[in-house]
Each structure stands twice: as structure tokens, then as C-alpha cells.
Ligand binder design. Structure first.
Ligand code: HEM
Length: 186
């Protein structure tokens, strides 16, 4: 997992929880870097599991809720750190259409060795999109948080329905159905 993800996670814990909580989860986790990550470095994904598990123990917030929260936060940070991938789109659906074939393709050039998920999508009319996540990292809660962050960024309220499908050869397999709320109530 790329260092940028670890750096943003630790910075989020420092600002939204406390400096002491960040120090405590870093000390309690078995980290190759002692918590000093470089953005383009690559580190064992297990270190993120350790950090989130210790944060869950110290805050009593479940691991899935923390991963969702972090995903939402990280979308906001990506839009600040890499605005070129976000500001060129006018809606959440437009960005999501470009995620697998363009945004993450460019990300892989910037962050060598990035391990990225696969996304397929299908549009069911103007206000509805099915978005399918597949990844050996099994970060469906994190993916849902990123999708929610994307929806919030464009200010176009949507309902997300999630169905966990059986794991397959490519790992976790989750279907997100996004429905634009304005269309649902129209
Ligand atoms: C709604 C939009 C997005 C979604 C749903 C999404 C989803 C994900 C997920 C789920 C992962 C974790 C890896 C995995 O599950 O296999 C990931 C990793 C990553 N994404 Fe995205 N992403 C989004 C937008 C972006 C944007 C705008 C950037 C721009 C910089 C970006 C850059 C990255 C990077 C750097 C990683 C880390 C890869 C690694 O650690 O090896 N993503 N993304």
C-alpha cells in the first residue's frame, strides 16, 4: 500500500482524534517505518490493518466504520492533493465513469507499484449507476467511503445500496447501486 495512504491516515487521526491517539496506535502496531512513511514508498498492507484495528480498540468505533470514514476523508484530500483528477469532472457519475480507465491508470504512473482495485459500471438511465468493486485487498468499506466522499464533493445527493457478492478469483466483489435522490423523488 502506498505511503500517501498511510500519511493521510495518520494525519487524519492526529487532527480528528488526537496526537496522543496517533502516537499510541503507531507504538502499538508493528510498523516497518515506525510511522515515518514517504508518499511514494510502498509498505505492507498489514500495517494499515494494524493501525485501524488499534484505532478501533482505542475509540470503540468499528473497523468498517473507520474505513468508511477514512475513505470519505481521503477523497477530499485527493481532491486537494491531485485536483487535476477531480476538477475536470462535473458530476460524481462522470468521475466514476473515468475512475478505472483513466484516473487510476494515471495514479499508477505517479505511484509506481500502486495496487488498485478494478471497477466496472453500468448506467441504468440518467439517475442510476451500478458500480462493481473487485479487489484482493477487500476494502469495500473504504471504497464505499471514497464513493460517498465523491458524491459529497459534487453536492448531488444519492442513495447508495450495497450488496456484498461472493468473493471470486479477483478477491472481494461488491456491488454499489447509486441512485440520484432528486430523480427518485421527482
Ligand atoms: C470515487 C473515487 C474513487 C474510488 C471509489 C477509489 C477507490 C480506491 C480503493 C478502494 C483503493 C484501495 C485499493 C483496493 O481496494 O484495491 C484505492 C487506492 C488508491 N487510489 Fe483510488 N479511488 C477513487 C479516487 C481516487 C482519486 C481521485 C485518486 C487520485 C489521486 C486516487 C488514488 C488512489 C491511490 C494513490 C491509491 C493507493 C494505491 C496503493 O496503496 O497501492 N483514487 N482507490
Amino acid at each position: 500500500m502506498k505511503g500517501i495512504v498511510f500519511r493521510e491516515f495518520i494525519a487524519m487521526v492526529e487532527t480528528q482524534f488526537s496526537l496522543e491517539t496517533a502516537d499510541q496506535i503507531i507504538s502499538a502496531s508493528n510498523l516497518s517505518s515506525d510511522g515515518a512513511y514517504t508518499s511514494v514508498g510502498t509498505y505492507p498492507p498489514q500495517e494499515m490493518v494494524d493501525l485501524v484495528t488499534h484505532l478501533s480498540a482505542s475509540t470503540n468505533i468499528s473497523v468498517p466504520d473507520l474505513l468508511h470514514h477514512f475513505g470519505k476523508h481521503l477523497f477530499k484530500r485527493f481532491s486537494e492533493i491531485h485536483p487535476e483528477y477531480v476538477k475536470t469532472h462535473e458530476s460524481a457519475f462522470e468521475l466514476l465513469r473515468q475512475l478505472d480507465g483513466h484516473i487510476h491508470v494515471e495514479v499508477r504512473k505517479l505511484y509506481i507499484d500502486a495496487e488498485l482495485p478494478a471497477f466496472d459500471y453500468e448506467e441504468l438511465g440518467d439517475g442510476e449507476m451500478v458500480f462493481i468493486y473487485r479487489s484482493r485487498r477487500k476494502l469495500s468499506d473504504f471504497a464505499q467511503g471514497l464513493i460517498q466522499g465523491c458524491i459529497d464533493h459534487f453536492g448531488d445527493p444519492m442513495q447508495i445500496e450495497r450488496t456484498n457478492l461472493p468473493d471470486d478469483d479477483s478477491g472481494a466483489h461488491t456491488r454499489f447501486t447509486l441512485k440520484r435522490l432528486n430523480d427518485v423523488t421527482a
